[in-house]
Design a protein around this ligand. Structure first.
Ligand code: HSE
Length: 437
């Protein structure tokens, strides 16, 4: 059997510990599949003494991940530290510059610095694999980089954050509070170190930025993503959505429009009967629409130690199987230098249907005033209903509007107008509706 592939792992949190454990438990099977053993020869983490429930064996300990990244005795540097800058960025750069292959689960790093890192990897002729960075265990990067060659994508959308999907699912199914569900997601190891990254949409945005580059052959541009999280989704929204035949999901959506590429992350109404609406709990899903294949939907475990470790190990195995002169293609599906500049579509030009929930004073003329504001902005209403059972306060009513396709600019003007009319008791709620099969 060929010589062992020598791995250095930086970061021994939930994912790192799972990677070490699985590499040891599956050592024989992996060696047979790859034609060579895979050995963890060095590790680095913040706290040397912490109990992780795994045996580190003879692995050499490095206090500094950058030193580990450059160490002569490793072939592959596995970065599981996290964070877009700091030790993660410095060590990945150092590893690539030193001619080591890199495997990372770090979406924030790739979303911000992916292009520069890809250029170094391609110049040095090493692999930069990042399957675990997007949608946990779902092999979406492999699918897009390899299986969909020749396909031209038109839209890509997905449930990319397990924590948010877990929270929304439990809020709907069990009527639990947002905070209770978030605490459970943290306890189960789904959430980021700072859970605002999950619930305010940053994590989804980082993953979407990577998918957008792969889908449309453009440079990554996380800064151009429109973003809203789920922290203001209430039981009232969830119940009203259900009554209207929709379910609320935090989606990341990228699509080509006439004015450029739209990238947006926000709570979204999807038809209850659609496939993506059936994706529950920590499960992620990615729908890719292309000219040749049509619509492909991948779904699977999106967060947690094992799901993420599965993708990391797949990336390591790819490197173990590669040979000089027979490696996989460029980092983002085409050479970094050939990625097109990102052309951003304006969010105000976004076209789609909208759900609007208004809590209003119960008095004569309110419905008429709302309808007038909609008509003044050329918004065609699919329905306008006074929603029973949501507001129990005397003198107040909930009004739900669902629009036909209109623009973001028109909706914003109309809602501003309704607010100015002085009929609202509370902040208006607006949720975009997404076409989904
Ligand atoms: N916090 C992330 C999630 C983990 O909830 O999906 C995987 O990136």
């Amino acid at each position: 059997m060929a010589e062992a592939l020598r791995i250095g792992i930086a970061g021994l949190g939930t994912v790192g510990a799972s990677v070490v454990r699985i590499l040891s438990e599956k050592a024989g099977e992996l060696a047979r599949q790859c034609g060579r053993p895979i050995e963890v020869v060095a590790v680095s983490a913040r706290d040397r003494k912490r109990e992780r429930g795994v045996t580190l064996g003879q692995a050499e300990w490095f206090d500094d991940p950058v030193e580990l990244a450059k160490a002569k005795g490793i072939d592959v540097f596995v970065e599981l530290i996290g964070g877009e800058d700091g030790a993660a960025r410095a060590s990945v750069r150092a590893a690539l510059e030193a001619g080591r292959h890199v495997v990372t689960a770090n979406k924030a790093l790739l979303a911000r610095h992916g292009l520069a890192l890809a250029e170094i990897a391609e110049k040095k002729g090493v692999l930069l694999n990042y399957e675990a960075a997007v949608a946990g265990g779902i092999p979406v990067i492999k699918t897009m980089r390899e299986a969909l060659a020749g396909n031209e994508a038109t839209r890509i959308f997905g449930i990319l954050n397990g924590t948010c999907n877990y929270i929304l699912t439990r809020m709907e199914a069990e009527g639990l509070s947002f905070d209770e569900c978030l605490r459970d997601a943290q306890r189960l190891g789904y959430a980021e170190a700072d859970p605002t990254f999950d619930i305010e949409g940053h994590d989804t945005a980082h993953k979407l930025a990577i998918l957008t580059s792969l889908a449309f052959g453009c440079r990554i541009s996380a800064a151009d993503i429109y973003m809203e999280g789920i922290s203001n989704i209430s039981q009232a929204d969830i119940r009203a959505a259900g009554d209207l035949g929709y379910r609320i999901k935090l989606l990341g959506v990228a699509q080509k429009t006439e004015s450029g590429i739209e990238q947006r992350v926000h709570p979204t109404m999807v038809p209850t009967a659609s496939v993506i609406a059936q994706v529950h709990g920590v499960t992620n899903a990615v729908a890719i629409e292309t000219d040749i294949l049509g619509e492909l939907l991948l779904s699977g475990p999106g967060a947690g130690g094992n799901a993420t470790a599965s993708a990391v190990i797949g990336d390591i195995a790819d490197i173990a199987k590669s040979r000089p002169g027979f490696q996989h293609g460029p980092v983002f599906g085409r050479p970094a230098k050939e990625l097109a500049p990102y052309r951003k579509a304006r969010m105000r030009a976004h076209a789609g249907g909208y759900f609007i929930r208004l809590t209003v004073h119960d008095r004569i003329g309110v419905f008429a005033a709302i309808a007038r504001r909609m008509a003044d902005n050329d918004i065609s209403l699919e329905s306008i209903v006074q929603h029973a059972g949501l507001v129990q306060v005397a003198g107040q009513k909930t009004v739900i509007l669902v629009t036909h396709e209109t623009t973001e600019a028109a909706i914003r003007r109309a809602v501003e107008g309704v607010t100015k009319d002085g009929h609202l008791v509370d902040k208006p709620q607006m949720i975009r509706i997404e076409r989904a099969g």
